[in-house]
Design a protein around this ligand. Structure first.
Ligand code: TEU
Length: 549
């Protein structure tokens, strides 16, 4: 396995809107990140990934960009960005920017022009089909509900938008569009940015026949087989690599809805020269039911483990994995995969231990390091997220049981991960002196950074310990992986090893103690999440890392 700095590091993902507000406008900003660099550095992370901070009308919180070269004034503008980049580099921390180029904002100059007439030079920057305002070109449904087609009266045709109507898809078939994108990438990398997280990059190549999806096909399958992994995606990514990425020593991670075991390895194969890592969603769509995310089914733990084993095996020889359990689009990890009630602390630590002991680069989402939890608002009016709101409206329109649907929202809404970072016990959790753009979680008085700093047994201190441990053990980074109990319904037990060393890691994913003996006496406990681990027994949500002597 070839060594690389981005394999050996740990990423901290920041959702800038919700991190730290220094102006009192209720929105986080870049000065807020600069002010918290001591904290970020103290975690031991080596890279930060910033969700989009470019100029945007914010129909989808920055994932709708209207100027790719301008940092939004709300966040502090380009000058503040330059300060942030310098300050990070002074501390040896790298910066990964979010690149959103499957679509732009409809307020981007390109689209403003494109929609004017069919012979406008920018018209072919987007994807146009159909000529009957009563009948969209096909039955495709947007990620955020409703048809993917929106009528444009001026040219009497529809444009494609896989996300909101304000996020028209760019036409990657057009070489001019691709060159514009490579120029944007070059602009940021030349500035010194160290990497890119590429939003929904699996979707950039469309299946141009635009054939209807089969009636009743679950959305995860539509993503995988209809929207993602299109015929030219690998060609485009290789071209981007040739034309721009190869000039820089940077890291790339492609966000890949619909990326599966068949296509995943190709995206990250060193030989294919496309990306360094992808985010697949097999483990995060695991509880999506027949009608999708807001129709959740119970989590299948055996399947959950199998997904990690399958992906590890798929990338073992060539390529590299990204290890993450959540982000700004999913529930809080302790609420989803742990227990955010009486075992919140133990289970949040267990998840930290899992993230730091699998093979692949670990990603920590802001707030998970203090065990922030899901919210459960009693009314949809308190939710901001366009995905949640559109799903709600669609459920209403189709006559769903809305009490049941609200429960699904509690479980799945993207706003679970977007509530402001909880810094201390002061009003608004110390996030803002103004009215936060989204409600602060009511539990902030007990769950916050200041309280965690003061408690030597906090989740926060455990994260620091685990991150340091991970970074110091090449075997945990590069070593082989094997699940030793794939069928066990509560234990996750695996081995990580190379020619020099071997680790055994065990996690009890349950609210009950489990009888368990370490298989060899030569296994020595290195780190764990309980103060007094018992012989022959694992406590609820206990994690242990042993080294073979
Ligand atoms: O997410 C794409 C994506 O796959 C998500 O929409 C995901 O399927 C969904 O949240 C699961 O419910 C990326 C960004 O991370 C997201 O924030 C953006 O809204 C989206 O792209 C559009 O740019």
């Amino acid at each position: 396995m070839k060594r690389n700095w981005w394999k050996e590091g740990v990423v901290y993902q920041i959702y800038p809107r919700s991190f730290m507000d220094t102006t009192g406008d209720g929105l986080g900003d870049l000065v807020g990140i600069i002010d918290q660099l001591d904290y970020i550095e103290s975690l031991g992370v080596t890279m930060i990934w910033l969700c989009p901070i470019y100029e945007s009308p914010n129909d989808d919180n920055g994932y709708d960009i209207s100027d790719y070269r301008k940092i939004s004034d709300e966040f502090g503008g380009n000058a503040t960005f330059d300060r942030l980049l310098k300050a990070l580099h002074a501390r040896g921390i790298k910066l990964i920017m979010d690149l959103v180029v499957n679509h732009s904002s409809d307020e981007h100059y390109w689209f403003q022009e494109a929609k004017k007439s069919k012979d406008n030079p920018y018209h072919d920057y987007y994807i146009w089909r159909g000529n009957n305002p009563e009948s969209p070109p096909n039955n495709w449904q947007s990620f955020f509900n409703g048809s993917v087609w929106k009528w444009n009266a001026a040219t009497e045709e529809y444009f494609l938008h896989l996300f909101t109507q304000k996020q028209p898809d760019l036409n990657w078939e057009n070489p001019k569009v691709r060159q514009e994108i490579y120029d944007i990438v070059d602009f940021w990398l030349a500035k010194g940015v160290d990497g890119l997280r590429m939003d929904v990059i699996s979707l950039i190549s469309k299946r141009l026949a635009f054939t209807d999806t089969p009636q009743g096909m679950p959305f995860v399958d539509v993503m995988e087989h209809v929207y993602a992994n299109g015929p030219r995606v690998h060609e485009y990514l290789n071209e981007m690599h040739q034309k721009v990425l190869s000039k820089y020593d940077v890291v790339t991670v492609g966000e890949g809805p619909g990326v599966n075991l068949e296509h995943g390895p190709r995206y990250v194969s060193a030989a294919a020269q496309e990306l360094n890592m992808v985010f697949h969603f097999d483990h995060l769509t695991i509880d999506f039911g027949p009608e999708g995310k807001y129709d959740p089914v119970p989590l299948d733990f055996v399947r959950f483990k199998e997904i990690f084993s399958q992906w590890d095996a798929a990338l073992a020889q060539d390529g590299w994995n990204s290890i993450f359990l959540g982000n700004h689009d999913f529930s809080r990890i302790v609420s989803r995969f742990g227990n955010d009630g009486i075992y919140r602390i133990a289970s949040a630590k267990l998840l930290a231990c899992l993230l730091m002991t699998l093979r692949g680069t670990p990603y920590i989402y802001q707030g998970d390091e203090i065990g922030m939890t899901n919210v459960a608002h009693d009314s949809i009016s308190k939710y901001d997220d366009v995905e949640t709101r559109n799903a709600w409206d669609a459920a209403m329109a189709s006559g769903k049981d809305m009490n049941k649907f609200l429960k699904a929202v509690h479980w799945q809404s993207r706003d679970n991960a977007r509530t402001p970072m909880q810094w201390d016990q002061t009003p608004n959790a110390g996030f803002s002196k103004g009215q936060p753009w989204i409600p602060v979680h009511e539990n902030y008085k007990s769950i916050n950074v200041a309280a965690a700093e003061d408690d030597p047994n906090s989740i926060l201190h455990f994260y620091r310990k685990m991150i340091a441990f991970r970074k110091a053990q090449p075997t945990l980074i590069y070593g082989d992986y094997q699940d030793l109990e794939p069928q066990h319904s509560q234990l996750f037990l695996y081995r990580r090893w190379d020619i020099k060393e071997e680790f055994l890691i065990v996690h009890n994913f349950s609210n009950h103690a489990i009888d368990w003996e370490k298989p060899k006496t030569q296994y020595n406990l290195q780190i764990g999440n309980y103060a007094n681990p018992e012989e022959g027994r694992l406590s609820p949500w206990e994690s242990r890392v042993y080294r073979l002597n």
